[in-house]
Design a binder for this molecule. Structure first.
Ligand code: SAH
Ligand code: SF4
Ligand code: F3S
Length: 462
């Protein structure tokens, strides 16, 4: 019998890519490839790439450099998928001669074909055609992929119809397509058969979901699937955050009290140039309504500093907004010009912000965020929090790790099986995590979840 071949997928970027990686693994399993946790003994290496910022692309190139050795030593095939592949296929093929294939996010289903063509015909293959919206069929997740996990992402849409002037996503993922709600609910139900108790519905702009029912209804229906305890989602655009969605937070306790609502800037002038379609006042109105509907809800955000033309005054407005809102968490990024985007093309006209200025602004904002996060976390010491156990703590094997309903990370002493809902007494807090010890177990998963090692290297938000 032929020895089984092994694949390794290095994932960059967002939850969409994490999900796509899982679907790639399923496509390869169909041609008897098995996953391996390290690239060194792989016969096939795939980089699932992100191009949201220049840094993400640089990371991809340096990873490719590392994997070249595996190619030289074992003749491994190397493929590049994801968002950089979609946008930069020519550049990759020209610049990196040892890449065997390049494929876009719409070509995941064709992976077995691509690999067997390379194996038999010894050619380089490119597959980056878009599938028209009406013909697009979302790949169904195989619940076997989720064995070992109690929390899982479920794709509800792909692409993005917004035109934020800084963003590459509409160019790499194409037009918005929503997945029919019946398919989403069936997938959620299937995931519960392997012990998944928490699902995060993912899409680049879930608020504009149109898969037969509204997004709020989709959340409510997901919460009703037997054995689902927690429902989350990401990401939302503030301009179509509906009253109906806010109402869902008021009525359904299984929708977890955490909302990621990217504001990007606290200056209306900058928001106009970003083409975000809301004002600071409108953002605050939505946020306050949400906080009234679900008191204590954790709110996190994304911010870009140093957008072209951003003045000191504009930045102070962003700083003030963060000081007023006191976000639970924030991903702040230095603006990075991206190919084909309006801001990328107009950067010189609008006035590029010098790198040192961008970095200084970022540091100030991050310092403020550390303060805000600590203000939220410190008072939790001495309190009891509910935690869904996800596995071993990343820092210490003998400890467990999970999250609270507000999405706060907790490392704790305890022995509850993966998938248990437990109470944890908080003994210490940092700005990013809580630490404590397990008290009582509130409930167990409906099936025993084995402790399996993760197979794909993953770095969320490249
Ligand atoms: N669909 C999501 C955003 C996904 S991209 C939304 O609209 O909220 C994640 C974050 O990356 C964005 O919120 C933005 O803050 C940041 N980002 C996107 N393009 C960027 C760029 N060109 N430079 C710096 N940060 C960027
Ligand atoms: Fe990019 Fe804007 Fe779409 Fe988000 S909503 S993916 S920032 S274009
Ligand atoms: Fe995601 Fe990065 Fe593409 S954030 S959609 S993988 S550009």
């Amino acid at each position: 019998m032929q020895p089984q071949k092994r694949y390794f997928i290095h994932t960059f970027g967002c939850q969409m890519n994490v999900n796509d990686t899982n679907r790639m693994g399923e496509a390869l399993a169909g041609m008897s490839y098995a996953p391996t946790p390290t690239a060194d003994n792989a016969d096939l290496i795939i980089l699932n790439t992100c191009s949201i910022r220049e840094k993400a692309e640089d990371k991809m190139l340096s990873a490719l450099g590392r994997y070249r050795q595996v190619k030289l030593q074992r003749g491994a095939l190397i493929g590049v998928g994801g968002c950089v592949a979609q946008q930069e296929k020519k550049k990759i093929l020209e610049k990196v001669p040892y890449v065997d294939f390049v494929f876009g996010p719409d070509a995941i289903g064709k992976l077995p074909d691509i690999v067997s063509r390379i194996e038999t015909e010894k050619v380089r293959v490119v597959e980056t055609a878009w599938v028209d919206s009406e013909n697009y069929v979302f790949p169904q997740a195989d619940p076997k992929t989720s064995v070992g996990r109690t929390t899982e992402f479920v794709t509800v849409m792909k692409g993005c119809d917004n035109v934020c002037s800084f963003c590459v996503v509409p160019h790499t993922r194409g037009r918005e397509v929503s997945r029919p709600f019946t398919d989403v609910l069936q997938e959620v139900a299937r995931l519960t058969t392997v012990g998944v108790r928490e699902v995060t519905l993912v899409g680049q702009n879930v608020n504009s979901y149109r898969g037969g029912i509204s997004f709020a209804q989709l959340l409510l229906r997901t919460a009703q699937v037997p054995n689902v305890e927690r429902v989350r989602f990401t990401t939302s655009h503030p301009h179509d955050l509906s009253d109906e969605l806010i109402e869902a937070f008021r009525v359904e306790p299984k929708i977890m009290p955490h909302f990621h609502l990217p504001v990007q800037s606290g200056s209306n002038e900058v928001l106009v140039k970003m083409k975000r379609d809301y004002t600071v006042a409108a953002y605050m109105e939505r946020l306050n309504k949400l906080r009234a509907a679900r008191p204590g809800i954790a709110v996190t955000t994304d911010i870009i500093v140093g957008f072209p033309g951003e003045t000191d005054e504009d930045f102070e407005k962003t700083y003030q907004l963060c000081a007023d809102v006191r976000f639970d968490g924030q991903f702040a990024f230095v603006y990075s010009p991206r190919p084909k985007t309006v801001a990328g093309l107009k950067e010189v006209e609008w006035g590029p912000v010098p790198h040192e200025v961008k970095v200084k602004r970022l540091e100030r904002l991050n310092a403020l965020q550390r303060q805000c996060s600590l203000e939220v976390m410190a008072p939790l010491v001495g309190q009891t929090v509910e935690v869904l156990v996800e596995g071993h703590s990343r820092t210490r094997e003998d400890r467990r790790f999970g999250r609270t309903p507000h999405n706060r990370v907790v490392n704790f002493d305890g022995d509850a099986p993966i998938g248990s809902l437990v109470e944890v007494q908080v003994e210490a807090a940092s700005q990013s995590a809580l630490s404590g010890r397990q008290l009582k177990t509130l409930s167990l998963p409906n099936v025993v979840i084995p402790e399996v090692a993760p197979v794909a290297e993953s770095c969320v938000v490249g």
